[in-house]
Design a protein around this ligand. Structure first.
Ligand code: PLP
Length: 394
């Protein structure tokens, strides 16, 4: 069965050109970039090329890029490195809709005695800026806000917020794991001190990431070891993956410059508009106008997201739900709960996330399959039956 992959916010297909760029660094160029000999030096030069390619993607300079193992490590490093640099500051701020890489870390830091502020969002997933600005204080060590949300695609105004926060002398971190490669980013036009990105979201390899550290930002290494990454992250470099990350960054920058995402957005809009029009009792989660071009989170009321996913899976269609299976009960995602999406809608939310590889034929196939799946599931759903009895909605 053919796979129709609409789960690109979970991970992406590695570009062929990325694999081709990586292969020589497993085979003939396996030297250690820290070695004194020319054989290792050749690999060190390739790592530096990758650093420049990643820097170019976000408008940084190469020496502001610290390579590491993933987006999660970038997020953890940004926060822990800042807290270690400002040991007297005990207040940290983030939003209620962050990825677990930040959310769980903040919860763990709260248990260690840090005062944490989780900034709320409105029904469309927009950040409450007044709440954020009212909570900044001399004791605030760091503000960490995602550039774009992984579930809804909603974009926060990071340029504006980062300037406001850094003008007050507070370190600003952004998790740009979903935004990088889908939106043009130029850190030089922002007040961002630290920015996280990850290889596998931009058609690069898994298990490799980068943290941008603006020149002049205080930084205590999180991973302590050798002198790699100019002493900012110990550990022998994952050289082949770094070369792949660099190539992926270069290709993704070309895609953005060519406007490839306009086509992705057209397909996303076709999928979304048709489903919203043809399937009754569906809602769009998130701000329609301030979203990543590839992401659509749609709530199919009165059905279980997991059941939809299983049925889509039978047709080879890959997507994600807005629920997380925790302790035996299906809890709607914290993102949709923070947005105040009604329980009956949050449970039936599906995230479709497209890429440049998605074709119109695939979208047409999905559009053929989804409406009858929802109809079939609603016929079996006690929630739907109750809703029909109460309000005669059918
Ligand atoms: N931040 C966001 C917004 C993400 O979507 C993800 C992955 O889904 C991460 C962080 C974690 O990245 P990684 O999988 O590279 O650890």
């Amino acid at each position: 069965m053919e796979v129709i992959y609409l789960d690109n916010n979970a991970t992406t297909r590695v570009d062929r050109a990325v694999i081709d760029a990586m292969l020589p660094y497993f085979e003939e160029n396996y030297g250690n970039p820290s070695s004194m000999h020319t054989f290792g030096g050749r690999v060190a030069a390739a790592v530096e090329t990758a650093r420049q390619q990643v820097a170019d993607l976000i408008g940084a300079t190469a020496d502001e890029i610290v390579f590491n193992s993933c987006g999660t490590e970038s997020d953890n490093t940004a926060i822990q490195a800042t807290l270690a640099s400002y040991p007297d500051k005990r207040h940290i701020i983030t939003s209620r809709v962050e990825h677990p890489a930040i959310k769980s870390l903040y919860e763990a830091l709260a248990k260690k005695g840090y005062r944490t502020t989780f900034v709320p969002v409105d029904r469309e997933g927009n950040l409450d800026l007044d709440y954020l600005y009212d909570h900044l204080s001399d004791d605030t060590a760091i503000v960490s806000l995602m550039w774009a949300n992984n579930e809804t695609g909603v974009i926060f105004p990071i340029e504006e917020i980062s300037r406001y926060v850094s003008d007050r002398g507070i370190v600003f971190h952004t998790d740009a794991v979903q935004a990088a490669g889908k939106l043009p980013i130029d850190v030089s036009q922002t007040g961002v001190n630290l920015l996280s990105l990850s290889g596998h979201k931009i058609h690069g390899p898994k298990g490799v990431g980068a943290l941008y550290v603006r020149k002049g930002t205080k930084f205590s290494p999180f991973m302590i070891g050798g002198h790699q990454e100019k002493g900012r992250r110990g550990g022998t470099e994952n050289t082949a993956s770094l070369v792949g990350l660099g190539k992926a960054a270069e290709l993704t920058r070309e895609r953005i410059n060519r406007g490839d995402y306009d086509c992705v957005q057209e397909l996303r809009d076709k999928l979304e508009n048709t489903l919203l029009a043809e399937v009754p009792h569906t809602l769009l989660n998130g701000n329609r106008n301030r979203r990543l071009p590839n992401t659509s989170s749609i709530a199919f009321e009165y059905v279980e997201g997991e059941s939809i996913l299983l049925m889509l899976n039978e047709h080879g269609i890959c997507a994600s739900s807005g629920s997380a299976c925790t302790s035996g009960s299906l809890e709607p995602s914290h993102v949709l709960r923070a947005m105040g999406v009604p329980y009956t809608a949050a449970h039936g939310s599906i995230r479709f996330s497209l890429s440049g590889y998605t074709t119109e034929k695939e979208i047409d196939f999905v559009l053929q399959k989804v409406p009858p799946i929802i109809e079939r599931l609603r016929k079996m759903s006690p929630f739907w039956q109750q809703a029909v009895e109460k309000t005669q909605i059918a």
